[in-house]
Design a protein around this ligand. Structure first.
Ligand SMILES: [Zn+2]
Length: 108
């Protein structure tokens, strides 16, 4: 994997960890969850509003990330779910491996 790919993957994993914390502090009764875009642009801090259950559906897969519409980096990921509020991408190859390694839910 190139340095660039690794940096992009780590950046996305960082935002995923932040979103895990946002989800943790959001009451279960809340119908919406505000998360930050998990795209590879380290200057992007766009907020995304997910409906109940959507974030869990995305996080059910180690290699899936939620990003704002148009924030997909086709060199490292594929769109697997598209809505008018967000897109969900799946990491390809080695970028996917880093995403799995850095998944806080995989910590032993
Ligand atoms: Zn973004």
């Amino acid at each position: 994997m190139s340095r660039r790919e690794e940096r992009l993957a780590r950046n996305e994993a960082f935002f995923r960890e932040l979103n895990e914390r946002l989800e943790a502090v959001t009451p279960d009764s809340a119908e919406e969850l505000v998360v930050v875009c998990e795209c590879a642009d380290e200057d992007c801090a766009q907020r995304l509003t997910l409906r109940e259950g959507e974030y869990e559906a995305i996080r059910a897969h180690d290699t899936h990330f939620v990003v704002a519409v148009g924030h997909v980096d086709m060199s490292i990921e594929d769109v697997v779910w598209r809505t008018d509020r967000f897109e969900v991408v799946a990491k390809r190859g080695v970028a996917g491996d880093v995403a799995e390694d850095l998944d806080p839910r995989n910590a032993a």
